[in-house]
Ligand binder design. Structure first.
Ligand code: NAD
Ligand code: UD1
Length: 338
């Protein structure tokens, strides 16, 4: 089976490419390196010992998509390509709406033309928006995300629902990720945001290697056991394996539209992450407590029951694995840079 991965050089796409190649799928990647580096291609080859096809280009460009589908018999597509920085989406909304929506529409139109109607889409827990639950199950009504990035995910989910209802020969699976962290155990690929990170784990890593001075924990006066926010962190390799399960289901069953949460179901506080990170990596992190961050909810956790029931998928990696593998990546990566 040959699978097209859009955005396959990025953080989650590269880990998924590794898992697909390990599971003996043929892989075709398209990426324009807007948020990734070319050397990821070699790293995927080193990790897997396998080859794959690569096209450098923009998923908004239908011509290159047509070229890919004419040169390869694509059985299914996993669509990761898109911009993902929440803060940037607030200051550059048009850039986010243009890239995330246009890339998806171009891809869907070309898939339709080429009669390839099997798609796995990277959605996000952000679509639950500001709804006042702490444990999210797929059947609760979507909320309103507070930022343009989140809104593009909600809009794309709506587009995919409309498409399926107009043409039920499509098979579509939307995966709502919770908080992906960690790296492949080789330390070769991982999350490497440019500039000052917004997300917790990349920020911790920069402090751990001395590139940033101090982590601010945003609020310790929430109504949670230790006063800091609770999230559902998921190791990126578990997440990548969730895509393989979703793809297998999609390729082997009648067309349907499906939604799954991909999370561990375990809530972890910011303080727990920090102390676990210190313990497993045998170091001290410089951190302080600061004000709450605007828009943060106190506690968010996945209900991953449906993914277990229908995909036979659940997370296997621990918080210790996430902290150890994340640190291993930054150590190898910052050594490479020096
Ligand atoms: P990433 O930025 O590391 O990877 C995205 C990749 O897509 C990059 O390699 C980038 O160069 C490429 N890309 C972007 N626009 C493109 C375009 N128009 N044409 C070709 N390539 C393009 O992001 P990630 O963390 O791997 O996330 C992958 C997907 O998962 C995204 O859609 C993101 O919104 C979604 N998601 C991520 C998270 C997270 O925390 N990382 C959480 C929920 C959902
Ligand atoms: C954010 C996005 C979400 C996106 C996800 C990607 C918002 C509102 N949500 O989720 O849409 O899918 O990233 O992983 O931006 N924290 C600190 N100090 C820091 C950084 C973070 O204490 O320097 C805390 C935050 O308050 C939060 C937790 O760490 O409680 C996790 O934060 P983060 O990694 O940014 O993820 P989310 O906010 O959950």
């Amino acid at each position: 089976m040959k699978i097209l991965i859009t955005g396959g050089c990025g953080y989650i796409g590269s880990h998924t490419a590794v898992e697909l190649l390990n599971a003996n799928y043929e892989v075709v990647i398209i990426d324009n390196f807007s948020n990734s580096k070319r050397d990821v291609l070699d790293k995927i080859k080193v990790i897997t010992g396998k080859n794959f096809s690569f096209y450098e280009g923009d998923v908004c460009d239908k011509e290159i998509l047509r070229q890919i589908f004419s040169e390869n018999k694509i059985d299914g597509v996993i669509h990761f390509a898109g911009f993902k920085a929440v803060g940037e989406s607030v200051s550059k909304p048009l850039m986010y709406y243009r890239n995330n929506l246009d890339s998806t529409l171009s891809l869907l139109e070309v898939m339709n033309e080429m009669n390839c109607k099997k798609l796995v889409f990277s959605s996000s827990a952000t679509v639950y928006g500001d709804c006042h639950e702490t444990r999210f199950v797929e059947t609760i009504k979507k909320g309103t995300p507070s930022n343009p990035y989140g809104k593009t995910k909600t809009m794309i989910e709506d587009i995919l629902e409309d498409l399926y209802h107009a043409d039920p020969t499509w098979s579509i699976t939307m995966l709502r990720y919770f908080n992906p962290v960690g790296s492949h155990s080789s330390g070769l690929i991982g999350d490497d945001p440019s500039g000052i990170p917004n997300n917790l784990m990349p920020y911790i890593l920069r402090v751990a290697v001395g590139q940033l001075e101090c982590l601010t924990i945003f609020g310790n006066d929430y109504d949670t056991p230790d006063g800091t926010c609770i999230r559902d962190y998921i190791h990126v390799v578990d997440l990548a394996q969730g895509h393989i399960k979703a793809l297998e289901q999609l390729l082997n069953n009648e067309p349907k539209i499906r939604i799954y949460n991909l999370g561990s179901g375990q809530g972890v506080s910011v303080t727990e992450i920090v102390t676990t990170f210190e313990k497993v990596n045998n170091l001290k992190l410089n951190y302080k407590y600061g004000a709450r961050r605007n828009g943060d909810l106190p506690a968010i956790c996945a209900d991953p029951t449906l993914a277990l029931k229908e995909l036979g998928w659940k997370t296997t990696k621990t918080l210790e694995d996430m902290c150890r593998d994340s640190y291993n990546f930054i150590i190898k990566n910052s050594q490479n840079k020096n």
